[in-house]
Design a protein around this ligand. Structure first.
Ligand code: SF4
Length: 301
């Protein structure tokens, strides 16, 4: 078992991964390396804890436009794309073509899904992903025979995000932890319901691959926000937003978009005013990126 949190979580943690990749170009600009795409707001579930419950449930991004953005992103530095939502990404009309397209660009792909539609995607295509994270909760016993068969017959990293609600089900959580261990899940993240600050994980001894991640531990936003330069979020409206953090995105409309294209993002290096945000999961990134943008004598380590 490697370092589970540093490998599979990117919010709250110290961003150790930036040591592995050049993230500042010679001209001092931050390079967009990892995009999150919300291809559609359409969803087949109606979860009480949904972080996007206030968005319109009809919209999807135009596929031609998205392909252009991915190609542009590749040119400017994308190494990875996470497909998320919004809605359920597997309900995007062109999801298979999109995965093939990103894969052909040589960009790694992660998928965050509610898991209910995984059996619609050919296994050869699932094997093009680097990882897949299934969202689970107190009322969602998703690891049924269909999913287990898919997990066993794909060669990618599987993980889970389990959301605690006021209907906490201890037996279900323990059963899923056991099943996830048997299926060699790399990690099992447990988070609390962002709509209810009073929910906490009761006293349970977690196995080594599981960790509890409290949204209350997010930090106070510091104002200048740079993470959208490194990790842009492409929303269903085709615009680029400063972060994929759901409670922030819920409050963002197009006037908070930071760019209309990856080229504009790179050229103009827009800094978002994070003071409108309630809590920030990426403050450690923001602090480091802010310093990197103004450093000189960088060769003198
Ligand atoms: S300041 Fe706001 S927009 Fe920026 S990373 Fe934090 S939560 Fe996201």
């Amino acid at each position: 078992m490697g370092n589970v949190i540093d490998s599979y979580a990117c919010s709250v943690t110290f961003p150790i991964k930036i040591c592995f990749t050049t993230i500042v170009a010679d001209d001092g600009k931050i390079i967009p390396r990892h995009a999150t795409i919300f291809p559609t707001n359409i969803c087949n579930l109606n979860c009480s804890f949904c972080s996007h419950s206030e968005c319109d449930r009809e919209s999807s991004i135009d596929f031609q436009h998205l392909k252009e953005m991915v190609k542009e992103g590749k040119y400017f530095g994308f190494r990875a794309i996470t497909l998320s939502g919004g809605g359920e990404p597997l309900l995007y009309n062109s999801i298979e073509d999109l995965i093939w397209f990103i894969h052909r660009q040589g960009i790694e792909i992660g998928l965050i899904t509610n898991g209910t539609l995984l059996n619609r995607i050919p296994k050869t295509l699932l094997n093009k992903l680097t990882w897949c994270r299934i969202s689970m909760s107190d009322n969602r016993d998703i690891l049924n025979d269909n999913i287990v068969d898919i997990i066993r017959n794909t060669d990618i990293t599987w993980g889970c995000n389990y959301i605690l609600t006021e209907n906490f089900n201890r037996q279900l959580l323990l059963a899923l932890l056991k099943q996830a261990a048997q299926l060699d899940f790399e990690y099992f993240r447990i988070t609390d319901d962002q709509h209810n600050d009073n929910i906490e994980l009761p006293n349970i001894k977690l196995p080594e691959f599981a960790y509890y991640f409290r949204r209350n531990d997010y930090m106070e936003p510091g104002g200048a926000c740079y993470i959208g330069l490194l990790k842009p979020t492409i929303n269903v409206d085709g615009l680029i937003y400063p972060c994929c953090h759901p409670t922030t995105m819920k409050r963002l409309d197009s006037k908070n978009a930071i760019a209309v294209s990856i080229q504009e993002l790179y050229d103009k290096q827009p800094v978002f005013d994070g003071s409108i945000c309630l809590k920030c999961p990426f403050m450690q990134y923001n602090r480091i990126l802010g310093k990197l943008k103004s450093i000189t004598h960088s060769a003198f380590l």
